[in-house]
Design a protein around this ligand. Structure first.
Ligand SMILES: [Zn+2]
Length: 285
């Protein structure tokens, strides 16, 4: 078999490995991004709680001031009670004391409820702080792991790329580009044998004349490693080479019985077939 097919087979393994590592590198930051998003959410919740807590603190301050004022007012009225002489003044003062007492009671109730709410908020804040600290630590750890994983994968990738460059050093860039695309799009399998007249990549039956061209290219040891010698499956785009198999008999019969005259006829059925849409697709790969 010609050297180029062997090289392509080796290149296929290297490229598949290279794409797998590239995908792994792409996926590494995704796990971290999720954790970072969660931390961001926690931070927002914490800030909202903190703001609310500050607001409640101000409200508590104002409630306490109003309670103090009501107390002072009541005490002043009570002192005045000791010095009054007229019944009318007594009634007015009595009323004011009553109002001040009611105000004190209402304010004290409000204060107790608000203090309870403030305590609850602070408990939530403390919990949120703990969660935030834990998540921050996780993100930091994850970042370290990510960095070392990426460095490790990058080193692997560099090695693979060097292997690829070495294997493909004599390759036409267009062929290499095409082959890389095939490997990427066809699940890591870019070069497959033809058994009989069937492509082992997509199991489609190929035209006999075309198979003959593939067989000639594969068996011709003297021919140079030209891209034009490479045949691509018109159905699945993979590089094809001929391989002996149990189906050979069928292939041989096919040529000896029907198409013997056309074997090697470049202007015959084979070249018509080259204009088929299957081949046009290859140009866009
Ligand atoms: Zn195929």
């Amino acid at each position: 078999m010609k050297e180029i097919y062997t090289t392509l087979s080796q290149l296929q393994v290297v490229l598949a490995k290279m794409f797998a590592i590239e995908d792994e590198i792409k996926e590494i930051p995704m796990a971290l991004a999720d954790k970072e998003a969660v931390l961001q959410k926690t931070k927002i919740t914490y800030l909202e709680l903190h703001e609310k807590s500050e607001r409640v603190k101000e409200e508590l301050k104002s409630l306490r001031t109003r309670l103090d004022e009501a107390g002072v007012k009541r005490e002043t009225c009570e002192k005045m009670m000791e010095t009054i002489t007229q019944a009318r003044e007594f009634e007015t003062l009595q009323k004011e004391i009553e109002e001040a007492k009611n105000a004190e009671q209402t304010l004290r109730k409000g204060l107790i409820a608000k203090e309870k709410f403030y305590d609850e908020l602070n408990t939530k804040l403390t919990i949120q702080e703990e969660i935030m600290a834990q998540q921050t630590e996780e993100v930091e750890e994850e970042t370290k792991v990510k960095d070392s994983q990426i460095a490790e994968k990058q080193a692997e990738l560099d090695k693979i790329i060097a292997e690829k460059d070495e294997l493909a050093k004599d390759f036409d860039q267009n062929l290499l580009f095409k082959f890389e695309r095939i490997i990427r799009n066809k699940g890591g399998v870019g070069i497959v044998p033809v058994h009989g007249i069937v492509c082992e990549g997509c199991h489609m039956t190929l035209p006999a004349q075309f198979v003959n061209d593939v067989r000639r290219s594969t068996l011709n040891e003297d021919s140079s490693n030209e891209e034009s010698d490479i045949h691509f499956c018109p159905y699945c785009s993979r590089v094809l080479f001929y391989e002996d198999s149990a189906d050979d008999e069928h292939f041989d019969n096919l040529f000896t019985s029907e198409d013997e005259d056309e074997v090697g006829d470049e202007s015959g059925e084979g070249s018509d077939f080259m204009g088929d849409s299957g081949f046009d697709d290859l140009d866009t790969i």
